[in-house]
Design a binder for this molecule. Structure first.
Ligand code: GAL
Length: 410
């Protein structure tokens, strides 16, 4: 990965030859906080259709998720049909009328997203945008699309390894050019409609996209491979975010992938921790569960307004791993107005507990007594230096301290 970064610097030199222009992401005021919504892939994958998207939109409103901040209803892969004689992309039989669907989603006060990629084919083998970038961006704008997830998929084999088999720097340039092309196409296509399109880059965190995606118009970029509804996947992905904090901010976010809350066999504690962690990480909150069949306890997690407020904090500062002690990790996030979020997470398994965990406030620069709110019980909580925190395996204590007292003021 680091070698790739170094090689990419060579390619980037070409890109940044034009002096300091306003990055594309800063030219359109979208995604000022991490995008929130729902995406079809994690639960429905290839089964997504017009009916399912309408049902998701209905549920987002009916369940109060819309009021909690979920706005985007995103269609992932497998909507694509064929191109006509003029090269214009059409949706397949699962989506009889994309414009009518977008109108429906908009009529609910929500926004709609779509999916494509820079290659010839998407990951599921449907037509992608290679050679049709502006045409596709224009079609999306005409349909009323508000969000595009642009997935690398076949671009690597169709273009990068074909055109520059031995030349890593040239491959990088091809890839960044392809993303830049769509970033510009979206900006161009939306001039007429005045409806900005959030640009979500998906290339699995290869080649450090956080270093180059924002300047190419990316509002968010995947930092990892695909998430799975298993603790190990959530834990691995969260751990990989350490060190990426400085790349995120209003209009441009690290994307550790969509939520698996409510999917697979995640325990309630794991669902809670996953959601808390993504909030600390200022991650996009794109639910990916079966909304019409959502259980009340999953609904309660997804609509916890205090946790959402951490994610959506206007300062836009991604949280960080503060320290670990045994199997317990402490993460913190600085919030607007000097507030602070602290997540204490038991990442260990029930079968390998080590020693009892004692919270070391001094280690995170805090004075020995703090008062905050436990965001999962909703109750006031006092944190004291060295206090024992007992958590079941994979559970979390998430606390917001409005006015933290630092060690410096003691
Ligand atoms: C993957 C992507 C997933 C999903 C899938 C669709 O590359 O990471 O999130 O979009 O493609 O085929």
């Amino acid at each position: 990965m680091r070698l790739r970064s170094a090689l990419f610097a060579v390619a980037l030199a070409g890109l940044s030859a034009t002096p300091a222009l306003t990055p594309l992401y800063a030219q359109t005021p979208v995604a000022q906080t991490p995008p929130m919504g729902w995406n079809s892939w994690n639960y429905f994958a290839g089964k997504v259709d017009d009916k399912g998207i309408r049902a998701a939109a209905d549920q987002i409103v009916a369940t109060g998720m819309k009021d909690a901040g979920y706005v985007y209803v995103n269609i992932d892969d497998t909507w694509e049909g064929q191109r006509d004689a003029k090269g214009v992309i059409h949706s397949n039989e699962k989506f009889p009328d994309m414009k009518a669907l977008a109108d429906y989603v908009h009529s609910k006060g929500l926004k709609i997203g779509i999916y494509s990629g820079p290659g010839d084919k998407t990951c599921a083998g449907f037509p992608a945008s290679l050679g049709h970038e502006l045409q596709d961006a224009t079609t999306y704008a005409e349909w009323g699309i508000d969000y595009l997830k642009y997935d690398l998929c076949s671009f690597r084999s169709d273009v990068m390894t074909k055109q520059a088999p031995e030349d890593k720097a040239a491959q990088m340039k091809l890839m960044t050019d392809a993303y830049e092309k769509m970033g510009k196409a979206l900006a161009e296509a939306t001039k007429a409609t005045g409806r900005p399109i959030v640009f979500s880059l998906c290339q699995y965190g290869w080649d450090s996209p956080w270093e180059w995606a924002p300047a190419l118009g990316g509002n968010l970029w995947r930092t990892t491979g695909d998430i799975q509804p298993r603790w190990q996947s959530i834990y691995d992905i969260a751990s990989e975010q350490s060190g990426l904090e400085s790349y995120a901010g209003p209009g441009h976010w690290n994307d550790p992938d969509m939520l698996e809350v409510g999917n697979g066999k995640l325990s309630l504690a794991e669902n809670r921790t996953h959601f808390s962690w993504w909030a600390i990480l200022a991650a996009p909150l794109l639910a990916g569960n079966d909304l019409p069949n959502m259980k009340p306890e999953i609904h309660a997690i997804l609509t916890n307004k205090d946790v959402i407020a951490i994610d959506q904090d206007a300062l836009g500062k991604q949280g960080k791993h503060a320290y670990s002690d045994g199997e317990v990790e402490v993460w913190t996030r600085e919030l607007q107005g000097g507030a602070l979020a602290i997540a204490v997470i038991d990442v260990g398994s029930d079968r390998v507990s080590t020693h009892p965990f004692h919270l070391d406030l001094a280690r995170i620069g805090l004075a020995k007594e703090q008062t905050g709110k436990d965001l999962w019980t909703g109750k006031e909580i006092k944190l004291t230096q060295g206090m024992p925190v007992e958590l079941p395996s994979h559970d979390v204590l998430l606390v917001r301290i409005e006015k933290p007292k630092s060690t410096h003021k003691m």
